[in-house]
Design a protein around this ligand. Structure first.
Ligand SMILES: C[S@@+](CC[C@H](N)C(=O)[O-])C[C@H]1O[C@@H](n2cnc3c(N)ncnc32)[C@H](O)[C@@H]1O
Length: 198
């Protein structure tokens, strides 16, 4: 799933996602004071805009130029609070140690040798900052000929890699409250919330 794949996916429809922020983001960040956030794989930008409108300074990164253009076009009211960037976050890690929130929602993160891509994202969390990782629960995902869900990190895998400098606050499967997206069987989210100790 390279940049061309994602660009084609976004070009295939005028709007791919609902435009609403992800429910896990809304639930889990309401108690956090605004600071610097990284939206990993920001897509059409709903999470980024929600955070920016609440006073966060957001770095929004995606591999798809089409998605970023669409997101930026919707961001007229948060000018100066969002930095949009095109990058492959599996090969170009974000700036280390500077984000009060690293938000990773439905980002296709393949397991890799030495967990290099994952570690790059974990390292982006500042001391005292929050890692929020949400994805579809494994039980909702059926393997296809070109896709094996077990190849991708689930919260539990990440929790096991976090060392003593992290405090795991949430590692659970929970029912979705948002409607199941058309054509899918997504009924549950898998959620990891962890604090990097100051
Ligand atoms: C399933 S979408 C989720 C979008 C958004 N986070 C949301 O929850 O609506 C995954 C996003 O990750 C982006 N993406 C996939 N691989 C990437 C990579 N290696 N680096 C940066 N972005 C990537 C895709 O372009 C896409 O926008």
């Amino acid at each position: 799933m390279d940049a061309r794949h994602w660009d084609e996916m976004y070009r295939s429809r005028d709007q791919v996602f609902s435009g609403n922020p992800n429910e896990v983001l809304v639930t889990e960040t309401n108690d956090l004071p605004p600071g610097r956030a990284l939206d990993v794989g920001c897509g059409e930008g709903a999470d980024t805009l929600w955070l920016a409108r609440r006073g966060w300074q957001v770095t929004a990164v995606d591999i798809s130029e089409v998605a970023l253009q669409r997101a930026a076009a919707a961001a007229v009211d948060v000018e100066g609070r969002v930095a949009w960037a095109r990058a492959d976050l599996t090969t170009t890690p974000p700036q280390a140690g500077v984000f009060d929130l690293v938000s990773i929602h439905y980002f296709p993160l393949l397991r890799g040798p030495g967990h290099a891509s994952l570690r790059g994202l974990l390292d982006a969390v500042a001391p005292g900052g929050t890692l929020l990782f949400a994805t579809h629960a494994l039980a909702d995902l059926a393997p296809r000929h070109d896709f094996d869900p077990a190849d991708y990190y689930q919260p539990d895998d990440i929790a096991q890699l976090l060392g003593p400098t992290w405090n795991i606050l949430i590692n659970e499967i929970r029912p979705r409250t948002a409607p199941t997206p058309a054509g899918t069987h997504h009924t549950h989210n898998a959620v990891l919330r962890a604090l990097r100790l100051p």
